[in-house]
Write a protein that binds this ligand. Structure first.
Ligand SMILES: [Zn+2]
Ligand SMILES: [Zn+2]
Length: 191
């Protein structure tokens, strides 16, 4: 276990307050890292306010997490100490369904394991997010970040950035423009 400092909402709509807790000890495939930056996403605010249904408190939000690797599990091979590392909105999944095996863990048939406001995979431990100074995650659920980019600027790419980039990459800009026109046309008819 590692003593960790963070900021938590102790109840719905409460202001964030300093909060000490223990991160789990490293499992064999885990990587541990010092958090250097965490973006603030509007969904953090929604969840602290319990606007998305029943939430778990105390809640440490934060799912745009950038840091520096400080420890490695005995079987972890993807990272080295000192590497830059990033974590987004999920920290685990079933690892067995077709989507997981195809690298689409965010669409896991059992549901992805969220970075906070939920429980760690197959555990009763509450997952606590990136508004804190230390994090532990299975290494295959973290991103290796480039050395030449600004660390603070990379954090928002891990949720807001990828959410916009993904449809642009998957669909062409023409398709997106067509969709927008369709929405406008339907709206126009509706009005
Ligand atoms: Zn987000
Ligand atoms: Zn799965």
């Amino acid at each position: 276990m590692t003593s960790t400092k963070g900021y938590a909402a102790l109840s719905a709509r409460a202001a964030l307050t300093p909060y000490a807790f223990e991160r789990r000890a490293l499992r064999s495939d885990d990587v541990g890292f010092r958090i250097d930056f965490a973006g603030i996403c509007h969904s953090d605010i929604h969840q602290v306010r319990e606007e998305w249904g029943k939430a778990i408190f105390p809640m440490v939000p934060g799912h745009e997490i950038v840091g520096t690797v400080t420890s490695l599990g005995s079987a972890a091979t993807r990272f080295r100490i000192g590497d830059r590392i990033g974590v987004g909105v999920f920290i685990d999944s079933c690892r067995e369904c077709r989507n997981c095996l195809n690298g689409l863990q965010q669409y896991c048939w059992e549901g992805m394991t969220g970075t906070y406001n939920g429980y760690e995979r197959n555990s009763k431990d509450v997952a606590l997010g990136g508004y804190s100074n230390y994090f532990v995650i299975p290494e295959s659920y973290a991103y290796k970040l480039p050395e030449n980019l600004d660390m603070a600027a990379m954090a928002p790419l891990l949720c807001a950035g990828i959410t916009l980039y993904s449809p642009i990459k998957k669909w062409t800009l023409v398709q997106i423009a067509e969709l927008l026109l369709l929405v406008l046309a339907v709206w126009g008819i509706w009005e």
